[in-house]
Design a protein around this ligand. Structure first.
Ligand code: TRP
Ligand code: SF4
Length: 370
C-alpha cells in the first residue's frame, strides 16, 4: 500500500516556545499559525495526520532569566492564552507546560552524561546569545546545556517532526547527533559496554562503527516553517527586543496607531512623490496580510502617487485587524475562564506524562538502570 492510501498511525510532531510574554505577529506567522495548520491536517479518511505536542518551555526561560524569575509565571500565562487564542485545540493537540512533565529532566540528565562539551560550545546560538545578553552572566552549565534540554524535550516523545524556524535548526541537528550517540551506546544488539580490557575511547569508536543498532531514540527531522519576511514598525525584523512589535492581543486602535507610525519607502517624502513598494516594509506586511486585489491597488497607488502612505497603511490595518479578530475573540473567551485553561493544562500534562513514560521505560532499560 502506498503512503497515501494506508491508514497510517499519526506521525508525532513536537514543538515548543519559551515564555517570552504576549506573542506578536512574527511569533504567530513564524510558528503558531503553522502549528495550528499541522494540528488540523487530516488524511483522506478524515483521521488526524499528526499526533501533536506543543509546550511552553519554562525551564528554558531559566537558562537566561535565572536571576530574576518574577515575570515567568505571568509570561507562561500569556503564552498559553495566545496558544489557545491562535487556534491550538486541546482536543487535537496535547498542550502543556514543560515543568509539568518531569521526564524531560530525567532524560536531560542521561543525555548530559553522553554529550561532549565541544558539541555544545560549537552551537552557533551559544556564543551569539552570550554576546547579545552581555548584561547577564551566562557562564552557567544551564545555559551551555540549553540544546541538551531541548533535545530531551524532543526525544522524550520520540517525535518524528519538529516544526521550527531556521533559527532553531542547529538545535534539531544536535538533537539528531545526541540521539545517534545514545543509540550507539545503548542500542547495540551486542549488549552495551562489553567488559573487557578496552579503553572507553576504543569502545566508543567500536560502537560507532556498528551498523545494527536499535533506534531507541529516533532522530527527529526539522520541519522548517516557511517564514515570510515580517518587519516590525521600524522596518527591522519584528522582535520583542527591538520594541517594534504588533501583538496578537493589541486592541484595534493600538494596531492602527502603530501601523500609522511605521516606516515606509524613505524616498517617498512628500505625498506627491511616487514611491516604491518593493523597498517599503509596509508593503512587506501587505504581502502577508492583504488580498491580491488590495496589494495590486496599493502598489499601483504608491508608484503613481495616487494614494498617500496613510491610506495605504489604513488598508493594511484593515487586513491585520480582520486576521486578528477571531484570535482576539478566543483570547477573551479564555481570559474569562481561567479554570478552563487550568483544566486544559492539567489534561495536557497528563497526556504528555503518559507518553513520556513509554520512552523513559525503554531508555532506563537500554541504559541498564532498574
Ligand atoms: N529553543 C526554542 C526557542 O527558543 C524553544 C524550545 C525548547 C523548543 N524546547 C524545544 C522548540 C523543543 C522545539 C522543540 O524557540
Ligand atoms: Fe509604502 Fe504604501 Fe507608502 Fe508606498 S504608499 S511607500 S507601499 S506605505
Amino acid at each position: 500500500m502506498s503512503e497515501e492510501t494506508k491508514n497510517a498511525a499519526p506521525r508525532r510532531v513536537l514543538s515548543g516556545m519559551r515564555p517570552t510574554g504576549r506573542l506578536h505577529l512574527g511569533n504567530y506567522m513564524g510558528a503558531l499559525k503553522n502549528w495550528v495548520a499541522l494540528q488540523n491536517e487530516t488524511n483522506p479518511d478524515g483521521s488526524a495526520k499528526y499526533e501533536c505536542y506543543f509546550f511552553i518551555a519554562d525551564y528554558h526561560a531559566l537558562t537566561t532569566d535565572y536571576a530574576d524569575t518574577s515575570e515567568i509565571r505571568k509570561n507562561v500565562r500569556d503564552v498559553i492564552l495566545d496558544f489557545l487564542a491562535g487556534g491550538l485545540d486541546p482536543k487535537l493537540s496535547t498542550i502543556f507546560i514543560q515543568s509539568h512533565v518531569p521526564a524531560h529532566f530525567a532524560l536531560h540528565c542521561l543525555l548530559e552524561m553522553i554529550t561532549p562539551l565541544g558539541w555544545l560550545e560549537r552551537v552557533p546560538t551559544y556564543k551569539d546569545q552570550q554576546e547579545q545578553l552581555r548584561e547577564k552572566d551566562l557562564a552557567t552549565i544551564g545555559f551551555l546545556g540549553y540544546p541538551v534540554l531541548q533535545s530531551a524535550d524532543i526525544l522524550i516523545y520520540q517525535a518524528e517532526f519538529v516544526p521550527v524556524g531556521q533559527d532553531q535548526a542547529a538545535h534539531v541537528e544536535i538533537t539528531r547527533e545526541i540521539a545517534r550517540r545514545f543509540n550507539h551506546l545503548y542500542g547495540s544488539k551486542h549488549g552495551t559496554a562489553a567488559a573487557d580490557a578496552k579503553s572507553d575511547k576504543e569502545r566508543l569508536a567500536e560502537l560507532e562503527q556498528q551498523a545494527d543498532v536499535r533506534e531507541i531514540l529516533p532522530e527527529p527531522k526539522v520541519l522548517l516553517t516557511p517564514s515570510p519576511k515580517l518587519p516590525g514598525t521600524d522596518g527591522r525584523k519584528m522582535s520583542k527586543s527591538y520594541g517594534n512589535t504588533i501583538l496578537l492581543s493589541d486592541p484595534e486602535p493600538e494596531i492602527r496607531a502603530k501601523l500609522k507610525t511605521m516606516v515606509t519607502d524613505p524616498a517617498r517624502v512628500r505625498r506627491t512623490d511616487p514611491g516604491n513598494p518593493d523597498v517599503c516594509p509596509v508593503f512587506d506586511l501587505h504581502k502577508v496580510f492583504s488580498t491580491a486585489e488590495v496589494q495590486a491597488q496599493a502598489a499601483e497607488g504608491c508608484r503613481t502617487a495616487g494614494i498617500g502612505c496613510i491610506q495605504c497603511k489604513g488598508w493594511l490595518a484593515d487586513a491585520v485587524v480582520a486576521e486578528l479578530k477571531p484570535i482576539q475573540e478566543r483570547r477573551r473567551y479564555f481570559e474569562e475562564r481561567p479554570d478552563e485553561v487550568d483544566a486544559i493544562l492539567k489534561d495536557g500534562a497528563r497526556r504528555a506524562n503518559a507518553r513520556a513514560a513509554v520512552t523513559m521505560a525503554q531508555v532506563q532499560a537500554a541504559v541498564g538502570l532498574e
